[in-house]
Design a protein around this ligand. Structure first.
Ligand SMILES: [Mg+2]
Length: 261
């Protein structure tokens, strides 16, 4: 039995572990079924800032996995939850698209163009000059600035695409201002939310993912044991380079999540 199976809960990354975009990773999907059967508490945590929970739950259903809404912690929802802790019904200007807007509104926040109290920066595949201009002006004011995640590049099935970092980087270059809060991994903000959802302490969970600088670091930031799987961005060919580059070694390494159970 793998030592991590002693843990009561698992914080699992999605892309590179359970699927690659719309394509399931069969071993990962089967492992989730077995973990559930073994009575483990699971929460899926992803830095995806364009999808709402319902969109992702539908994707899981197509993979043959039934997960509950409370097992899905995307940085869209985590951002909405974080903002609710700071302010109920906040007035928000966001660069983000439908999935993010859906979660912010579901949490009772108001999306506004003028007189926002918060600038929320998230990815938008239809980003344009007007949106960036507005974000720039808010960034120059004293509104609180929250970013959904710090990802520089998003690995899509057709190759690398710009992550939310494209906007964070552009705003920084123009204003010298970085976000007041970054919600997504490796930030503690989303990981504390995950522990809160599981109702477990960091030493009672394992954090699994395919990226050292995202998932392993996120686990380290809350003091949880970490598992790196080689079924996504990190693979058998580049792992040594990745460990060297990010100076962080996971507690365990497996080819895919299926080797855990
Ligand atoms: Mg991943």
């Amino acid at each position: 039995m793998h030592p991590l199976l002693k843990k009561e809960g698992f914080i699992l990354d999605i892309d590179g572990v359970i699927g690659k975009g719309e394509t399931p990773i069969t071993e990962g999907v089967n492992a989730v079924k077995k973990l559930k059967k073994a009575g483990k508490k699971l929460v899926f945590v992803s830095n995806n800032s364009t999808r709402s929970r319902s969109i992702m739950i539908n994707r899981f259903r197509r993979f043959g996995l039934n997960v509950r809404e409370d097992e899905m912690l995307l940085c869209t929802f985590a951002t909405a939850r974080y903002l609710s802790r700071e302010k109920q019904g906040a007035k928000i200007y966001t660069t983000g698209e439908r999935g993010l807007i859906e979660e912010l509104e579901l949490a009772g926040h108001k999306i506004v163009e003028e007189e926002a109290e918060y600038l929320v920066v998230g990815s938008n595949r239809q980003i344009n000059y007007d949106i960036i201009t507005k974000a720039l002006r808010y960034c120059l004011s004293d509104v609180r600035y929250v970013a959904t995640n710090p990802d520089r590049i998003f690995p899509s099935s057709s190759g690398p695409t710009p992550g939310t970092g494209m906007l964070v980087g552009a705003l920084y270059w123009m204003t010298d201002r970085m976000p007041d809060v970054i919600v997504g991994k490796p930030s503690e903000v989303i990981m504390r939310e995950a522990l809160d959802i599981l109702g477990l302490r960091a030493d009672e969970v394992a954090v699994a993912g395919d990226q050292i600088e995202v998932d392993v670091k996120a686990g380290r930031n809350i003091g949880a044991e970490t598992l790196l799987v080689l079924s996504g961005v990190t693979n058998a060919d580049n792992i040594q380079k990745m460990i060297q580059r990010f100076g962080e070694e996971p507690d365990y390494i497996l080819g895919h999540l299926g080797e855990l159970i």
